[in-house]
Design a binder for this molecule. Structure first.
Ligand SMILES: [Zn+2]
Length: 647
């Protein structure tokens, strides 16, 4: 029987519409779920909604509708977003569903019968406006720390779970299970919290002040505290108390993915509840960080809440999934900015990955008659490419994903993309195609790149399911991603010679950065345009002389040149155009070294809107000849002064 893998997201509190934080946890869980399925695991991926509690009751009251109607209105917004983001969850729980409520009540009854729950009266500072108690240490001058209104000293009788008695057990458990709470900083945080005496947990709310919840089975005057209700979803849905064999195939869960703000509830409350029930804690609770937006805290009042729907509409599903997991190590805080987002798409997805696919297919079309050729004997360079690909799928991806290092996993994938691009540049198939005696070598090169793309397609499938499907289709591969494709040994040579390719539109078109926010245009006319010198003027239609005059062409003298870090192609040039010096980023690096460029006279487009390439501003474009690759720089026959007009 296949190994099981059970992963959860928190059930999201349904007091508002979904934002980037919800999408982040859910996408991360989806990548793991998809990866484990590809590895041959039986996967249960659970997400859903927390529909009870005070905030839901308040939000509903504000909207003038009953709480259930409020939940019914918001639930589809989450469900539709997950569908849109290609989330492959196996179930979706709503805590107002009878299948969950029944188990919560039976769990409460079981704990009550075991004397793990008792009734006691509690005296504290109560804010009538916020409808909540504050502890002595929170209160300053008798005022509510939240709304600053005067507080009342109030006595209330509630039910308490004997959490305190499990304190020592929990500390020992955490110490003996270093992988239980992750990352390490969060584990230390919980151990720090547990240095203070743990109090018993109030698990009820009198209906007189909160009616929207699950009624206690042993006292109809109370509803269940929302956290007690919510946490039970992790066991109620896989079948606790209703389908024990099924429950035990999934429990204990492999991962609870959570945001760091709900760490205590998931490690302290939840583990002690499970212990009292005689159940094991989850194998791992992993708390990720928070997103700021352009350096600022995300909040409704600042109006900077990132709406995943808007991001997807503008940039596409896979680009969004990729960015969230690529930008920041999972577990740390991250910053979301449009600039960083567009930078990643343009450099890594359009320039590197998209271009690799597009140039490979173009060459197979041109030199292989649209079919993947038969490879010959491998060279040392071929072996390096092959070994890197095999290592990626064989070990690296597994290590990084099991440690939830999504960014590292994407880094090694991107490393293979870059290696394949360099392999093409160094092999120069366009030169091999010129001589009949190089035909065998040309075929080997084309085959190796196509095979590398098959490995990339498999490695990227959990992250970008749609792009992987599209890569597969264009490469003519017969992969079925719903099968455990990674369970067998990954061997080189999976692409069959003779496979017919089907070149399509660009996988990740470049995003035009000259447009203002919300208008960024995905440039469909120039699929996979790799770097500025190779951009063509677009359509084949004729233009008037006036159209041509709109382009300011000038002679420039290259005063300085250096490589753009992490780019194999881009050079950063300082170009003297007589009246001023311009910084221009040009894709000449594969053909010319920075040293060769200094002192060269070049032809530049001087009135191009500035754009950023891999984060470096470019104030113009250097002209060069070449179809797939730069083959020659444009210059002048005589030495004319910099700034001379070209007409
Ligand atoms: Zn208050």
């Amino acid at each position: 029987m296949a190994q099981s893998f059970y992963i959860t997201t928190p059930i999201y509190y349904v007091n508002d519409v979904p934002h980037i934080g919800h999408a982040y946890t859910t996408i991360a869980a989806d990548v793991l779920a998809r990866y484990k399925r590809l590895k041959g695991y039986d996967v249960f991926f659970l997400t859903g909604l927390d529909e009870h509690g005070q905030k839901v009751q308040q939000a509903a009251a504000k909207g003038g509708i009953p709480p259930q109607a409020h939940c019914d209105k918001l639930a589809p917004q989450f469900q539709e977003l997950w569908k849109r983001l290609n989330i492959s969850n196996d179930d979706f729980v709503r805590t107002t569903e009878p299948r969950h409520k029944t188990v919560v009540q039976r769990t409460l009854q079981a704990l009550y019968d075991k004397k793990e729950i008792y009734q006691a009266s509690y005296t504290g500072w109560y804010c009538t406006f916020d409808e909540r108690f504050w502890t002595e240490k929170d209160v300053v001058g008798g005022l509510c720390p939240d709304c600053k209104r005067p507080l009342d000293q109030l006595s209330e009788t509630n039910y308490f779970f004997k959490m305190s008695k499990y304190q020592d057990w929990l500390v020992t458990y955490i110490n003996e299970h270093p992988d239980f709470i992750r990352p390490r900083a969060r584990r230390n945080e919980v151990l720090g919290f547990l240095q203070k005496p743990l109090e018993d947990l109030s698990i009820s709310r009198p209906k007189s002040r909160l009616s929207w919840g699950i009624e206690l089975p042993f006292d109809a005057n109370y509803v269940t505290y929302v956290w007690f209700d919510a946490l039970v979803n992790y066991i109620s849905i896989p079948g606790y108390l209703t389908d024990e064999p099924r429950f035990h195939t999934w429990w204990p869960a492999d991962f609870h993915l959570i945001g760091k703000d709900i760490l205590t509830t998931h490690t302290v409350y939840w583990s002690t509840m499970l212990k009292a029930l005689g159940l094991e804690p989850p194998k791992a609770v992993f708390a990720h960080g928070w997103w700021t937006v352009s350096g600022e805290k995300m909040s409704k009042s600042r109006g900077n809440v990132v709406d995943p729907n808007a991001m997807v509409a503008e940039f596409g599903i896979d680009a969004f999934r990729y960015f969230l997991l690529r930008e920041v190590p999972f577990g740390q805080d991250g910053d979301f900015s449009r600039e960083a987002f567009i930078g990643r798409i343009n450099s890594e997805l359009a320039n590197d990955l998209g271009n690799l696919l597009s140039r490979t297919l173009t060459m197979i079309e041109r030199y292989g008659d649209g079919k993947v050729p038969e490879p010959g004997e491998p060279s040392a360079m071929d072996n390096l490419l092959q070994q890197t690909a095999v290592k990626l799928l064989g070990t690296e991806l597994d290590v990084h994903l099991n440690n939830l290092e999504f960014n590292r996993a994407l880094e090694v994938i991107l490393g293979l993309v870059q290696l394949a691009n360099q392999y093409i540049d160094r092999s120069a198939p366009w030169n091999l195609a010129k001589k009949a005696e190089d035909r065998g070598r040309l075929n080997t090169v084309l085959y190796n790149v196509a095979e590398t793309l098959r490995f990339l397609c498999l490695a990227l499938a959990p992250f970008m399911p749609h792009a992987a499907e599209e890569m597969k289709r264009q490469l003519g591969l017969m992969l079925n991603f719903s099968k455990p494709l990674l369970s067998a040994e990954i061997t080189w040579g999976g692409v069959l010679p003779g496979t017919e390719i089907a070149k399509g539109t660009a996988l990740f078109p470049r995003i035009d950065t000259t447009k203002s926010q919300g208008e960024s245009r995905v440039d469909q006319q120039q699929p996979g345009t790799p770097t500025p010198p190779m951009s063509s003027a677009g359509g084949e239609g004729q233009i008037s002389i006036d159209d041509f005059r709109k382009v300011a062409l000038k002679v420039g003298l290259v005063a300085a040149a250096e490589r753009v870090p992490k780019s194999t192609k881009l050079l950063k040039l300082q170009v003297d155009i007589g009246t001023e010096k311009r910084q221009i980023v040009a894709g000449l690096g594969a053909k010319y070294s920075p040293e060769e460029m200094v002192g060269k006279r070049v032809v530049i487009v001087a009135n191009l809107k500035p754009a950023k390439l891999m984060g470096v501003e470019s104030q113009g474009m250097v002209l060069a000849a070449g179809d797939l690759e730069v083959s020659a720089l444009l210059t002048t026959l005589e030495d004319v002064p910099p700034g001379s007009t070209i007409k």
